[in-house]
Design a binder for this molecule. Structure first.
Ligand SMILES: [Zn+2]
Length: 209
């Protein structure tokens, strides 16, 4: 068997920190597709959820699938909405959102190409199914506070974190995004939850230990 490649699961990628050079050499990717629950109808805004093949770093994908299965037992269905993106993919998203919502919105929600955590393969955006309907619109997801807080509670046990929680916007440099999760490993995720740290705060705290 080929040697398992291990990326730095605590890598910091944000407005001030670009994806490290040669990052992709350290990452082993796996692919998955969504299974759309029976009875859920797709339309032009949700068709991609069934059609696309999604690529994530191996452990990140395993963590997501385990989270998804655990939530299903609670009666909550989440789907993959967005995973690994190349720098070109990010450019396309930036242009699309700028056209649709304007430059102020895009600056608040989207990363400059090269600085998106999605370039690492360690980040995933999810969407949810509620009452037989897919909720994948950003504003609608933000309004589903109760549903998403139940999802967020389960993240640390699978090594995932909510990257941009409410109240930490100044530290992370983006609006809160209840759908964007990042893999950091179980130990780090639990420590961050315990201290209510975002990744920037955690890395700073760690460096002073
Ligand atoms: Zn995201």
């Amino acid at each position: 068997m080929a040697e398992y490649k291990k990326p730095d699961y605590l890598v910091l990628v944000n407005r001030d920190h670009k994806v490290p050079d040669n990052w992709l050499d350290t990452v082993e990717f796996v692919e998955a597709k969504n299974t759309i629950p029976e009875g859920v109808k797709l339309n032009e805004n949700t068709r991609y959820l069934a059609d696309q093949t999604f690529k994530l770093e191996k452990k990140t994908m395993e963590a997501f699938l385990a989270l998804q299965a655990a939530l299903k037992e609670e009666g909550i269905t989440i789907l993959i909405d967005s995973t690994y993106r190349s720098i070109q993919d990010q450019k396309d998203i930036w242009d699309l959102f700028e056209r649709l919502r304007g430059i102020d919105y895009v600056r608040q929600y989207a990363a400059v190409p090269g600085t998106s955590e999605h370039h690492t393969g360690l980040a995933i955006d999810v969407c949810a199914v509620k009452d037989g309907r897919i909720i994948n619109d950003n504003d609608e997801m933000i309004a589903e506070e109760e549903l998403f807080s139940r999802i967020h509670k389960r993240l640390p046990e699978f090594g995932l974190i909510l990257r941009g929680p409410k109240g930490k916007e100044d530290i992370i440099g983006y609006a809160a995004e209840p759908w964007h999760f990042r893999y950091v490993g179980v130990e780090a995720a639990k420590e961050m939850a315990e201290h209510d740290f975002v990744l920037e705060e955690y890395l700073d705290w760690k460096s002073r230990q």
